[in-house]
Design a protein around this ligand. Structure first.
Ligand code: C5J
Length: 222
């Protein structure tokens, strides 16, 4: 299969589908629906819901093309042994990680709020990574999994842009992956943080990676 090239910023992004994974970061009820971790931190979670249709369109096209899909969840063990006190105690939320909320225990594996939203639910054969940190490579063994599958390129969607998405892209950059972030398939609780993160990632000749509207990927896959 010949490589795919799409119009991206700051210049064209080229990838081979067989060596590329679509990465969907933390599209979980805990971040997107009322009553979860995002809201307990004082955020307006409705901002994030707006990207779901664009993410669904990309996911459908990627699946139809036969590409590998990888979902992440920010998730802690029920005994919180993988949640450093510095993370649990940070800030002044109404509910902390591990506390019981309207969708179960906040950011704990297996709880209803910790699941990926139904619109983007994983299907058989897709990779699901539970990550205790912001970055998807920290304490997950993911680099080895991707290497075993010959993955060299990553196309990112998900939330939040400047926290778990940006951290995962920076970790990927240090491990040698070429990453593209789909601009309308990522969101922040703070729109100016999203704008700044996109600029930072693609500055200085794609120092961390590329960005592009999802339409560019959809037309390249068509
Ligand atoms: C945050 C995330 N924002 N998934 N997590 O705490 O970006």
């Amino acid at each position: 299969m010949s490589p795919i090239t799409l119009h991206a910023n700051p210049f064209a992004y080229r990838f081979a589908l067989a060596h590329t994974a679509l990465v969907i970061i933390d599209m979980q009820r805990d971040f997107i629906e009322p009553g979860g971790f995002g809201e307990t931190l004082g955020n307006n979670v409705s901002l994030l819901e707006a990207i779901v249709p664009a993410c669904q369109a990309v996911l459908a096209a990627w699946r139809a093309a036969g590409g590998l899909v990888l979902h992440t969840r920010e998730s802690h063990r029920p005994d919180l042994s993988d949640c450093p006190p510095a993370k649990r105690l940070r800030g002044n939320p109404q509910l902390r990680i591990g506390d019981a909320g309207p969708m179960g225990r906040i950011l704990v594996a297996g709880e209803p709020g910790n699941q990926i939203i139904p619109a983007l639910a994983p299907v058989a054969g897709e990779i699901v990574v539970d990550k205790p940190g912001k970055g998807m490579f920290y304490a997950t063994g993911l680099h080895e999994t991707l290497q075993a599958r010959g993955i060299t390129h990553l196309v990112f969607m998900g939330v939040t842009t400047e926290v778990c998405v940006q951290t995962s892209m920076r970790e990927a950059n240090d491990r040698g992956y070429d990453s593209l972030l789909l601009e309308d398939c990522t969101e922040s609780y703070f729109p100016h943080f999203k704008a700044a993160a996109l600029e930072m990632l693609r500055a200085q000749g794609a120092i961390v990676g590329w960005t592009a509207p999802s339409a560019a990927l959809l037309s390249a896959l068509a």
